[in-house]
Design a protein around this ligand. Structure first.
Ligand code: XMP
Length: 321
């Protein structure tokens, strides 16, 4: 019978055996899996692990701090942050097609990450690459029968084949709930361990239309308000996730204060799900919806309308792009 602490003990020993006195690199996304994988490896080899975090500018409010401050405080890990915000904005300028956006973000991410690896390799002998691959990821990429490619998924940390690293995948036999328990056992903060799913391409695929700095700031502000109110209402555990989507190319007339406005709508997309393959729209309490709507339209100047997505998956996907 495996207990969480025996999983930790066992994995720490295996990682130690695999890496010996070598050095390892781990890409952090801000998500649960890469954080727990990194924390396990850190437990095993200490400061011979270096984590790399790419800020692509498509993160939600507070996510960079969560990695730079909270994750580092909890683990003491060596962290290199790469500020690639301008590079991603330039690459995405004017692009509206969802698949095009996904490809650009995936491509730029790999380029930035590879450069970071080359820089690290120049400094020390890094032979190992840590990945937060879970059991369901292993099963999915092996099988795949009948799975139509609906969206090209970009996983931060998904890497090209020609890299000369040996992979370290300490979560390969675990399911998500086990990974969360391991994270807690390792002392990671709840904000990281209980984080809801967030797509690799980030806010880039939640702006319907071209991505630019101003639109990102608008969406980040609206998203933060929605998250604050859902958390305050104690709903984090009962919803799977709640994307907030900015319809950047749509405008509608409104009245705010005593003036006419011509602003953008945001869409709330609260969903309930077991595994994201299918989902139902979550019946959020009206008073919570009201608070979110009032606050967004009061506090985010560019937004004058909040709408609710009441589509299940299928036919709608969870993300809009
Ligand atoms: P869809 O929109 O396909 O999303 O119903 C299903 C789940 O996957 C997340 N998602 C992604 N996660 N990289 C990821 O790591 C991606 O490119 C990506 N696209 C969607 C989405 O948030 C939902 O939980």
């Amino acid at each position: 019978q495996w207990t969480t602490s025996s999983i930790v003990e066992d994995q720490v020993k295996r990682i130690g055996d695999q890496i010996g006195d070598g050095r390892a690199i781990c890409g952090l996304s801000g998500g649960v899996d890469s954080a727990v994988a990194a924390a396990l490896v850190q437990r095993a080899i200490g400061d011979r692990l270096t984590c790399v975090f790419v800020d692509h500018g498509l993160l939600r409010a507070g996510e960079r701090t969560q990695v730079e401050r909270d994750f580092v405080a909890a683990t003491g890990v060596n962290l290199v942050t790469i500020d690639a915000r301008e590079r991603f904005l330039d690459a995405l300028a004017g692009v509206t097609d969802p698949e095009q956006k996904r490809k650009i973000i995936g491509r730029e991410f790999i380029r930035v990450f590879e450069q970071a690896e080359r820089d690290l390799k120049a400094e020390g002998d890094y032979k190992f690459l840590v990945q937060g691959t879970l059991y369901p990821d292993v099963v999915e990429s092996g099988g795949g029968e009948g799975t139509a490619n609906i969206k090209s998924h970009h996983n931060v940390g998904g890497l090209p084949e020609d890299l000369e690293f040996e992979l370290v995948e300490p979560l390969r036999l675990l399911f998500k709930d086990e990974v969360r328990r391991v994270g807690l056992e390792l002392g990671l903060p709840e904000t990281i361990v209980q984080r809801q799913p967030f797509p690799g391409p980030g806010l880039g695929i939640r702006i319907i239309g071209a991505v630019d700095q101003e639109r990102l700031d608008t969406l980040r502000a609206a998203d933060l308000i929605a998250r604050e109110e859902l958390t305050a209402a104690g709903l984090d555990r009962s919803i799977w996730q709640c994307p907030v989507v900015l319809l950047a190319d749509v405008r509608s007339v409104g009245v705010q204060g005593d003036g006419r406005t011509y602003g953008h709508p945001v869409v709330l997309r609260p969903v309930s799900s077991e595994d994201a393959m299918t989902a139902d729209w979550t019946r959020l309490p009206y008073d919570v919806l009201e608070r979110i709507s009032t606050r967004i339209t009061n506090e985010v100047a560019e937004v004058n309308r909040v709408v609710l997505d009441v589509t299940s998956k299928p036919p709608g996907t969870i993300e809009w792009e």
